[in-house]
Design a protein around this ligand. Structure first.
Ligand code: SF4
Length: 246
């Protein structure tokens, strides 16, 4: 149905052109691009199909025992949000509370992220939030290389389905894992890198603010810069030229 609407819109615009009407081309093209982007190859809204694919992948993750922590977790934590989000947040690994609930970024750090996004006009419903690792490492230990290697394919599959315009790494561990090298988050925070061909923004982890309130203004300015790029990218033309440093 959406494909029909797209065809009709194009025909109507051609007719307006023939009638000598002045058409704001950039604006119209942006709208057409947006309609096309939200439609899959079968003319169906992409969100629905992406939602179905994510549900199937979530079931695979829920049954996964590819690494040790699959045997000690209570719940896998697949990720939540808009299946066709333009922005995907990637954190490190679920904590104890996430393990209990099966949802990422709940608790004080998650609330802080939600509040800061809302301050900049972004709701959690419109983005997607997940972690590199889908299971909680026992005793909150850092994930090991084998676990990351085993789990990263799920993240890549999630991104293939969601097709976001941009990613945001939350905290040093997520950033280092995605960039495949050790990093100083205080040096890289606020910069654009890239992961899998997509712009990747480096952001402080909200937990860093809970540990040290002095980080609050840094975290706020990271989210502000990210939200600005996100709003511009969603607006089509006028999106900033995001130059990555890698
Ligand atoms: S952490 Fe990832 S790879 Fe390991 S069991 Fe959980 S879902 Fe599977």
């Amino acid at each position: 149905m959406q494909r029909d609407a797209l065809r009709d819109a194009r025909a109507y615009l051609r007719w307006l052109g023939r009638m000598g009407m002045v058409i704001p081309r950039a604006e119209v093209q942006a709208k057409l691009d947006e309609m096309q982007e939200n439609t899959d190859n079968h003319g169906q809204p992409r969100t629905k199909e992406a939602g179905r694919q994510l549900s199937r992948l979530a079931q695979v993750v829920a049954a996964c025992r590819k690494c040790e922590i699959g045997h000690t977790r209570k719940n896998s934590v697949f990720g939540v949000g808009n299946p066709a989000a333009a922005l995907v947040f990637v954190g490190e690994a679920p904590g104890a509370r996430e393990d209990e609930t099966g949802k990422p970024f709940v608790g004080p750090a998650g609330n802080l992220l939600t509040q800061e996004l809302a301050r900049h006009g972004v709701t959690r419903d419109e983005v997607f939030i997940c972690n590199v690792l889908k299971c909680h490492p026992p005793n909150d230990r850092d994930p090991v290389a084998d676990e990351i290697i085993a789990c990263e394919s799920y993240l890549l599959q999630q991104l293939d389905i969601i097709q976001p315009k941009m990613l945001c790494a939350l905290g040093r561990f997520a950033a280092a894992t995605l960039l495949k090298c050790p990093i100083f988050i205080m040096k890289l925070r606020g910069s654009w890198q890239s992961y899998g061909g997509r712009p990747l923004f480096m952001c402080l982890h909200p937990a860093a603010v809970l540990h040290s309130p002095a980080n609050r203004s840094l975290f706020s300015s990271d989210i502000e810069a990210l939200a600005r790029a996100y709003h511009a990218a969603k607006g089509g033309p006028g999106a900033p030229d995001i130059r990555t440093n890698r």
